[in-house]
Ligand binder design. Structure first.
Ligand code: PLP
Length: 522
């Protein structure tokens, strides 16, 4: 009756812990004798609500009810270990019948801390009762924190596999690009965890280089930057759903206006005192987002000029082929820009931002006002190897330490699929990183660098979290292998890996998982 077996709770997750158990037995006829002898006894034992039930019952049922309440309150007081009188008084505990007539503990002193299971039964003239108190165990306290935990990434700090970001390299690259373009405003593009380099590390380096603004892909990235303490203008490069206009205002993020419809919807959502800072996106041939027609642009600019709550911070476009040798399409986009924008009644002092890295490195721009630079700031060539970008210094190094070293006998197989077999006794080292860290499985056969620059080939399949290299000799555990970056006179770049994987360095960098700790170094 009203008691759920402990095992049942175990099945529910094994997270409850019994913290008290009390039993009691009372002779029904003796309890009713006391009640008859001492007027007022019933009102000492029963709460008013219980008294009402008592009054409604007749004869034997009434006696059982009183003895049952008496007994269960005794059992409860034993379960909390004090007895009636100090922490639990008769009136503090209330047990009422539920809809099916079973006794339910509706009130008791430890209500907020424990779950109570009660059991009452009669045998002849005796009522037996039992009370079990259960508390959520430590592991289930965590359940209530689970919501908080779920929204956080697992932070890796205790791993002998990591990324180093060079502050000097980032600052030098920013200086090189500034010098090359003469741009007035340098917008550092830090979308996608700063191109996989690590948001906090890159922000620190870029702030020290006094960049003028930041560019992100999504509103959440922008909010992260604000919460991190960034005060400079933050441009959101992708479309922000107007649903989030309040957050744009709250965090002073700059969305891109990609259509008249977007602007009207955003204005409708804007609360009366709020002002929204915006940038206009013009599509001159990238074919992704932005306004393509002069008349729509004109209406958008008029609306902005007439609406006090809208503050225009900038206008920009994006080049599709700035990383290619053939200039024809680039020039076509430049011409379209002039046709669409030159005669617009734009306010003064807004930022004209047209250039990405490739444009900044290799092209004369229609405007030198502001540049949006990602790849070149991180020091990798946006064109792969198609065009020269020798002034840039790669900022990212990927390293791991040998965690296991063994000599395998001739003919031993290494890793999944047994695809590699030693031809002679070979020294094999294991590195604690794999494709889940962004070191692609298809890089089997690639090599890493020993501290002196010698190559160590990656042999056997690359696993999710580990890979093996062939060592030239026995080496101590803890030997550092460089998988991206310089060692001795040798260097492996993002571009090298991209060529091997038939992709672009951007994809290699942004694939590097957050599971790899990032460290900012000089
Ligand atoms: C990502 C991005 C950039 C930066 O490009 P890089 O080639 O890394 O310099 C600039 N502008 C827009 C709109 C982007 O999406």
């Amino acid at each position: 009756m009203g008691y759920r077996g402990y095992n049942e709770y175990n099945i529910l997750g094994g997270m409850y812990m019994i913290v008290g158990h009390g039993i009691d037995a009372q002779i029904i006829s003796q309890v009713s004798a006391v009640a008859e002898r001492r007027p007022g006894f019933v009102d000492v034992i029963l709460t008013p609500a219980e008294r009402a039930v008592y009054d409604a019952r007749k004869g034997k049922h009434r006696q059982e009810f009183l003895a049952g309440r008496f007994s269960i309150k005794e059992a409860y007081s034993k379960a909390i270990g004090t007895g009636i009188g100090s922490q639990a008084h008769w009136q503090d505990i209330e047990i009422l019948p539920n809809d099916s007539g079973q006794p339910i503990m509706v009130k008791h002193p430890k209500q907020d801390k424990v779950t109570v299971h009660i059991s009452i039964s009669h045998t002849g003239d005796t009522v037996h009762s039992s009370v079990i108190l259960e508390e959520m165990s430590a592991s289930s306290t965590k359940i209530s924190n689970q919501q908080d935990i779920a929204s956080q990434a697992i932070i890796s700090t205790r791993r002998p596999a990591w990324i180093e970001i060079s502050e000097n390299a980032i600052q030098k690259n920013i200086a090189v690009i500034r010098e090359l373009t003469g741009a007035h405003h340098f917008i550092a593009i830090v979308k996608a965890n700063a191109y996989g380099h690590g948001m906090a590390q890159v922000l620190t380096a870029a702030k020290h280089a006094n960049v003028d603004g930041f560019g992100v892909a999504t509103i959440d990235e922008g909010i992260w930057l604000r919460q991190y303490g960034i005060l400079e203008p933050i441009f959101i490069l992708g479309v922000t759903p107007v649903t989030y206009v309040d957050d744009l205002v709250k965090y002073q993020l700059i969305p891109v206006v990609t259509s008249e419809a977007w602007l009207n919807a955003a204005v409708n959502k804007l609360s009366s005192q709020a002002s929204l800072v915006i940038s206009i996106g013009v599509d001159t041939g990238m074919g992704r987002i932005g306004i393509r027609h002069h008349d729509e642009l004109q209406r958008v600019v008029e609306k902005i000029n007439q609406t006090d709550q809208l503050i225009l911070k900038g206008i920009g476009m994006h080049f599709a082929t700035a990383d290619e040798k053939d200039e024809a399409y680039y020039q076509k986009q430049v011409q379209t820009w002039h046709e669409l924008v030159d005669d617009l009644p734009l306010p003064q002092h807004i930022w004209y931002h047209l250039a990405n890295s490739a444009t900044a490195l290799w092209h004369e721009q229609p405007s030198r006002d502001a540049i949006r630079v990602g790849a070149a700031m991180y020091g990798f060539n946006p064109s792969g190897k198609e065009m020269l970008a020798s002034q840039l210094t790669p900022a990212l190094t990927l390293k791991a330490e040998l965690v296991h070293v063994k000599q395998a006998e001739a003919g031993a197989s290494i890793s999944y699929g047994a695809t590699y077999q030693t031809k002679q006794p070979e020294w094999i080292g294991t590195l604690p990183l794999g494709y889940a860290d962004g070191y692609a499985r298809q890089l089997q056969g690639m090599y890493g660098l020993l501290p002196d620059g010698r190559h160590v080939e990656i042999i056997g399949r690359i696993a999710m979290d580990q890979l093996m290299v062939r060592l030239p000799e026995e080496m101590p555990i803890g030997t550092v292998i460089t998988l991206i970056g310089k060692a001795g006179d040798e260097e492996i770049t993002l571009v090298d890996l991209a060529e091997r994987l038939n992709t672009i360095p951007y994809e290699i960098a942004t694939s590097l998982s957050t599971r790899l700790p990032r460290k900012l170094v000089k």
